[in-house]
Design a binder for this molecule. Structure first.
Ligand SMILES: Nc1ncnc2c1ncn2[C@@H]1O[C@H](COP(=O)(O)OP(=O)(O)O)[C@@H](O)[C@H]1O
Ligand SMILES: [Mg+2]
Length: 340
């Protein structure tokens, strides 16, 4: 890139509008061996099959889709926990896919994760103080008596009583454990947090509290989130934009209000129609689109649209032979039967 002063001015003025995280045509294919020695059947599970998106500073991008559609694998590939088969991942404009653990180290603090099961992801033999303090020590952010103060401050930030610093994870409720997970992620002052179904394992009454906490933290700290969920109701109030995933691909991507008001893809329409409406009159009258069949296996290679078999508006001539791609500017959908 040119080092001329005009380029620098241009870069400075676009700092706020460039993505913190960019994913380009990400594919993660897992090889599998099936069949017998005499009739081997080797193939690939196409867990993630061409995912692209940008995440802007301070933005929440919701990623939603049924179980098995590749949400967690997308998250793991971004975090360098699984190796992408192809594609590119950029953090603050720097390419991070394929980096070794030591090359990844300088980027680690900027990119953190909150897991679905706060119990499984917290070491049961460590106190809350060490769970939250350890990453601070590793990244040299605090030590000695400062470390304890910083951990207590972080506990306070996520709504945990700092007096419980010496307690163990099992002494906390599910919601509190997820707060510990959030504090641990925040401890290294990240810019981006990948949240993989962080509230799915929690009681509905607790889910809203954790979602509100994450939204508060975003406001205060300017965080960006990729927020993964398996249904559209959870991410509605939290996401600025939503990407709907089906079989390893994003099939619709739009601003939250546009996606909920005028869903374009028949799969999104079906997912939305599965959410009950609180008003019983409307609930009785409204039409439900039932999704037929199961999510097909991700090891099949599709000629046409992967959703064709379950689609209520499938055009046999068109949809079963050619695969649609994401089209449109702000509101993108991957379907031949919707405009732009
Ligand atoms: N390590 C792996 N080896 C083989 N297949 C995997 C592996 N991890 C995930 N998969 C498969 O990839 C697909 C997507 O999984 P996943 O990303 O966990 O989906 P989601 O999080 O949306 O439920 C599934 O079919 C799953 O069985
Ligand atoms: Mg998952």
């Amino acid at each position: 890139m040119s080092e001329s002063p005009s380029t620098q001015v241009y870069e400075a003025s676009t700092v706020e509008t460039s993505p913190v995280l960019s994913v380009r045509n990400l594919k993660v294919h897992f090889p599998f061996k099936r069949g017998s020695m005499f009739k081997p059947d080797n193939g690939f599970v196409r867990a993630v099959d061409g995912v692209s998106f940008d995440l802007m500073p301070g933005e929440t991008l919701g990623l939603v889709g049924e179980s098995g559609c590749g949400k967690s694998t997308t998250a793991k590939a971004i975090l360098n926990l699984v190796k992408p088969t192809s594609g590119e991942i950029y953090l603050n404009g720097k390419r991070i896919d394929g980096l070794s653990p030591s090359q990844m180290r300088p980027h680690r603090a900027d990119l953190q994760m909150i897991f679905q099961d706060p119990f499984a992801s917290l070491n049961p033999r460590m106190t809350v103080g060490s769970i939250i303090g350890e990453p601070m020590k590793i990244f040299n952010l605090a030590s000695g008596s400062d470390l304890k103060l910083e951990v207590m401050r972080m506990m306070d930030v996520v709504g945990l009583n700092p007096r419980y610093i010496n307690r163990y994870p099992h002494e906390f409720s599910g919601g509190q454990r997820q707060r510990i997970g959030i504090a641990r992620a925040l401890a290294v002052r990240p810019k981006v947090i990948i949240c993989d179904e962080p509230v799915s394992a929690l009681d509905v009454s607790i889910q809203a509290q954790v979602v509100n906490l994450l939204m508060d933290l975003q406001q205060k700290l300017g965080l960006s989130y990729v927020f993964i969920a398996h249904d559209l109701s959870v991410i509605r109030h939290l996401s600025h934009r939503v990407g709907v995933m089906y079989l390893g691909r994003i099939v619709e991507l739009a601003k939250s209000e546009d996606l909920y008001r005028t869903p374009k893809h028949p799969y999104t329409q079906a997912l939305l129609s599965a959410i009950p409406v609180p008003d019983p009159d409307i609930e009785r009258k409204r039409q439900r689109i039932m999704l037929e069949g199961e999510v097909p296996s991700p090891d099949i290679v599709y000629q046409g649209c992967p959703f064709a078999d379950r689609c209520s508006i499938v055009d046999d001539k068109l949809c079963r032979h050619t695969a649609p791609t994401l089209e449109g500017d702000d509101h993108q959908a991957s379907c031949f039967k919707v405009d732009g």
